[in-house]
Design a protein around this ligand. Structure first.
Ligand code: CAA
Length: 385
């Protein structure tokens, strides 16, 4: 039985910051951001959005009433959860109006947990082929104003349905996971911004990619020529290039050209929104599929990485007509609203974060279908628009 990704949808905020403006404001050469880091724009988050509203918005884009009835489990993967106890999946299940007889859970391991969510969903479907699992990767990447990581911030959610006979990607059996206790990026419970040893984190990422890919080759006997493309977790687009270069070194044949070309296609959307943490790999897959010319039967490699740290390399085979089972991300990104650096800073400081006070947000200008209205008695108040 084939099991895999049946549908995908991406949602981000309506506001973005141009990173040339950010570079100018920070006194940095814009080429460092656009070429050195490889980012052009980043999503900016109004107070009325969080990982619940973004996740629900992404899921709404792919759920028809018929599909909604089939969802048996909702898994939300996030690094930026809004509660230390209650799962964001419960709020999202409610906002989407899903049946009460639904299993809901939130998963965490930095940027990696959506991959665990997909693997666990695959297991559920294998045990009961009637199950359809909604996996949502939703995050707000915050490093802080004037930090080295600021240029790599971003926000958004990717929703995926995992089922039998999938329309997009059938997952193959062999997967390689790799875990080590490493302090490259973490966020203590008292902090709303990540702590990061940036340069170290890029080295750990590359090491984990090499470890998992080499083990995968040993198990399967496959080599790079067996892949049409490899999609990477993209905290910023240059990271994908660094990882692929580490494998290709100075290889310059047809296989290397093909992988480099498809890498560029997979980076296009990340360039426009920034890091999505859990969702970045999957936005990279959507970018590859919407900007490349891949065909049914092509094998994709997926490298998932979460600081702390855990990596996983796994693969899938593209299904015929995969193009028809995703929202048009290019179109959605073209309709966003640009904000100035001053507006971005105000919005950055206006997020609910660690604040315990009652507050009400003005949601009139927020075009997303779900909004965070505010907080009362320590409870977040959500609304369907
Ligand atoms: N023109 C063109 N390129 C320029 C330039 C210019 N004027 N000035 C600098 N550059 C280049 C540099 O040569 C460098 O390129 P290479 O990495 O290819 O050598 C690049 O721009 C970045 O320059 P620096 O190394 O000086 O940048 P920095 O000290 O400001 O930090 C960073 C970069 C470490 C990535 C930082 O942005 C950061 O900490 N980011 C957050 C952490 C992160 O994303 N880590 C990724 C791995 S961890 C992970 O994947 C999980 C996750 O999602 C967080």
């Amino acid at each position: 039985m084939k099991i895999g990704i049946d549908r995908m949808a991406f949602a981000t905020t309506n506001d973005y910051l141009d990173l040339v403006d950010l570079a100018t404001a920070r006194g940095v050469d814009p080429n460092k951001f656009t070429i050195g880091i490889g980012q052009d724009r980043q999503a900016v988050v109004p107070a009325s959005q969080d990982i619940v509203t973004l996740g629900a918005t992404a899921a709404k884009k792919l759920l028809t009433p018929e599909l909604a009835k089939r969802v048996s489990t909702v898994i939300v993967a996030t690094e930026s959860g809004i509660d230390n106890s209650k799962a964001s999946a419960i709020y999202i299940k409610h906002l989407l109006g899903l049946d009460d007889f639904t299993r809901t859970v939130e998963m965490k391991e930095a940027c990696y947990s959506a991959t665990a969510g997909i693997q666990f969903a695959k297991g559920l479907v294998a045990l009961n082929p009637q199950e359809t699992v909604l996996v949502i990767a939703s995050d707000i990447a915050r490093y802080g104003l004037n930090t080295a990581g600021e240029v790599t911030q971003g926000a958004g959610a990717v929703a995926m349905l995992i089922s039998r006979d999938p329309h997009i990607l059938s997952l193959e059996e062999t997967t390689v996971s790799y875990t080590k206790d490493v302090m490259d990026f973490w966020r203590p419970v008292y902090a709303s911004e990540a702590m990061v040893d940036g340069k170290y984190s890029t080295n750990v990422y590359i090491d984990f990619f090499k470890q998992t890919f080499t083990r995968y080759q040993q198990i399967t006997g496959r080599d790079l020529a067996d892949f049409t493309a490899i999609a990477f977790h993209l905290p910023f687009t240059k990271m994908g290039k660094k990882a692929l270069d580490a494998l290709l070194a100075d290889r310059n044949d047809e296989v290397a050209d093909r992988l480099r070309q498809h890498l560029t296609e997979s980076q296009a959307f990340c360039r426009q929104v920034g890091n999505l943490y859990t969702g970045s790999l999957y936005l990279g897959v959507m970018s590859l599929l919407q900007n490349g010319q891949l065909k049914a039967g092509d094998r994709l490699g997926l490298f998932s990485y979460g600081s702390g740290a855990e990596g996983e390399f796994y693969t899938g085979i593209l299904e015929p007509g995969y193009q028809n089972y995703m929202n048009n991300v290019k179109e959605d990104l073209a309709n966003r609203h640009q904000v100035s650096v001053a507006e971005y800073e105000e919005m950055f400081n206006g997020q609910l974060g660690m604040n315990a006070d009652d507050v009400e947000f003005d949601t009139r200008n927020d075009p997303l279908p779900f909004v965070l209205k505010g907080q009362k008695n320590h409870q977040r108040l959500y609304e369907r628009k």
